[in-house]
Design a protein around this ligand. Sequence first.
Ligand SMILES: [Zn+2]
Length: 292
Amino acid sequence: MDAAVSRTLGRFIASLNLSRQTAQELVGRFGDAASVNDLPEWVRETDDESGPTAIRSSADWEPHRYTHGWHLIGVRPALADAKNLDEIATTTESELERITGRTDIPVHFDGLHPAVAREYAEGLLRAQEAFPKDHLRSVMTVGPGSSGRVPADRFDPNWFALAGLGADHGHLMLGTHRAEPELRADMARNLAEHYSVAGDPTGTAIHEFGHFLADDPQTLHDINQVVTDHAMSDAEDAVPYAMRHISVNAGATLDELGAEAFADVMLNGTAANPLSHAIVDAIRANYERVNP
Ligand SMILES: [Zn+2]
């Protein structure tokens, strides 16, 4: 990496006060720049005094939005009563059948902590209830303790989960690489640092379901239009606007923006950012178009 690029990125990242993992992801996004001029303006203009142009300090965020996690609501009684991973999986399959009418959605939670599996299931079921026609096709685990249904090379151990897109649409993979305390700590830190609107397994599952909903060229086109219109009305570029109003990850790609906006609305309801609501309106319109 060019030394000047490295210095500029370093200043930008230091002023955001991010975790090492999040900082590495930002370096991964912009580290290929051959010179500082190839970096986005909002990274380039960072200086030590004022911080980045997009996110000056955590005071720019709306803290009330991050106090409505569903971990406060808990899981539905049928999941709470399920005693082990097999029962949690069977209960999830029954709930999916009730919601979608389908009996061909296999669910496997092997390798997860049971409490984590219940919360993933609750998030998936809430998302499925909101959009019952774009259904899951399978839920599989990958990593230590999983039954090896998913080839290990399809999954980066740093990920919490992976939503299959395109030909893999509807297939969800859940990583088992972290023990429960580490998983919860990493998810909570992502929320606290505004990397994601999701801070627990429930929110993470909803985010992943959001990827299925955004997995359509017209939907992505409309999401792009919505964020561009909102940013322009504030005389701002779309990426920093999405990062400032929703989350750092929402600025990564249009897919992540769709998934984060969906999670924001599902988790925070009327307290979600207006940009998230406008994006979910676009997602809803395309969902009705594709699933008449
Ligand atoms: Zn994502």
